[in-house]
Design a protein around this ligand. Structure first.
Ligand SMILES: [Zn+2]
Length: 361
């Protein structure tokens, strides 16, 4: 599997090998357009079925888990069987410049997922062109989320999340939306017990500038996938495999008929909504000179010499919105601490005895 961070040329080499194994097509033949910095953006069309599904990933450059999941799907031995009924159009990385630099935005500092109407960026224009020409029956909009999401009460992290976006201000339960909800319900039913945490649901406030909302407003069922975080899955290997499974289920679900609309909506709404309740490390009951404190620590991700570094940053003290951590250290019953907690100028936090340090992935 690809690692969590890869340079764009690393991705190109890897993807070409997958293509060789598939049908021998060449990467340069898949070149469908250029990024701001003139990197090639690839579009792979496979299968000859009647139902057309458009899938794109890494429109946010620092969200690689779903791209890795797509690569796993392409390695699948029974891919041919899936593709008997489906024509798949895959854009594995829509934002190559952001992927190279590990930034959410593109090289012009624009969030492509807020550019659906304005179409100010070459990457946004390209996605729209593919959408208009391919005329998909379904769209899968693939993303990754930060390690801050969990259940409302903060007791369980969200390892996967989904949204059937609204297509208008009134959040109308249109045919397209019901179809997207059915896809999500199918994933939720099949994967719920395999997830290390919860499968969460995003808030459906309408924003026409978001690509999913725009496509839904054009009456094309669109599903937002978000690869999340749980435990110490900082490589995101575990969740990448879950997304791969979710994709398989989703591609089958477009052929299964669903129950009455009201049952679909109810099943969808039973998927728990999330809150931003988590930090990477939560130190409780730390004895400072001013009394007991709860310290919230979040990893800042940074690329240096082609490697992804996780730098622990103190982001708050006694924050009321923080309810849990992927790692919780309760100082009232931790006896390993040697009083060696150091906070540096930029709020980098270190402790040998608590094993809080920078690590690479
Ligand atoms: Zn995203």
């Amino acid at each position: 599997m690809l690692p969590r961070y890869y340079s764009y040329s690393q991705f190109e080499n890897y993807f070409q090998k997958l293509l060789n194994a598939l049908d021998g097509s060449r990467l340069k033949d898949l070149d469908i357009g250029k990024s701001v910095l003139k990197r090639s953006i690839y579009g792979l069309k496979i299968g000859s079925g009647k139902v057309k599904v458009l899938v794109w990933s890494q429109m946010h450059g620092n969200e690689s888990s779903t791209t890795r999941a797509i690569c796993e799907l392409l390695k699948r031995s029974d891919l041919d069987r899936i593709l008997e009924n489906i024509e798949l159009y895959i854009i594995p990385i829509l934002n190559p410049d952001g992927a190279e630099k590990w930034t959410r935005v593109n090289a012009n500092n624009v969030d492509l997922n807020r550019d659906a109407v304005l179409l100010s960026q070459p990457e946004s224009i390209l996605l729209r062109k593919v959408f208009d020409q391919f005329q998909p029956h379904y769209c899968f909009n693939l993303h990754g989320q930060r390690s801050i999401y969990g259940s409302k009460n903060g007791s369980i992290p969200a390892q996967l999340s989904f949204l059937a976006p609204a297509g208008d201000e009134n959040k109308t339960l249109s045919v397209a939306r019901i179809k997207a909800m059915h896809v999500i319900n199918s994933i939720n039913t099949d994967l719920n017990h395999h997830v290390n945490g919860i499968i969460g649901r995003y808030n459906d406030d309408f924003n026409i500038n978001c690509v999913g909302d725009f496509m839904m407003s054009s009456s094309v069922p669109t599903v937002l996938f978000e690869a999340g975080h749980s435990g110490d899955d900082y490589s995101r290997d575990e969740v990448s495999m879950l997304v791969y499974k979710a994709l398989q289920i989703a591609l089958k679900s477009v052929f299964t008929s669903h129950l009455l609309d009201v049952a679909v909506v109810n099943a969808y709404k039973s998927i728990p909504e999330m809150s931003k309740a988590y930090v990477d490390i939560w130190i409780k009951n730390y004895k400072s000179s001013t009394g007991l404190q709860h310290l919230s620590i979040q990893y800042h991700e940074q690329i240096k010499d082609g490697e992804l570094y996780f730098i622990p940053i103190l982001i708050g003290v006694n924050r009321e919105d923080v309810l849990n951590g992927h790692r919780v250290i309760d100082m009232s019953d931790d006896h390993s601490f040697k009083n060696d907690l150091i906070v540096e100028g930029n709020f980098e936090i270190h402790s040998e005895s608590l094993n809080i340090k920078i690590f690479t992935n």
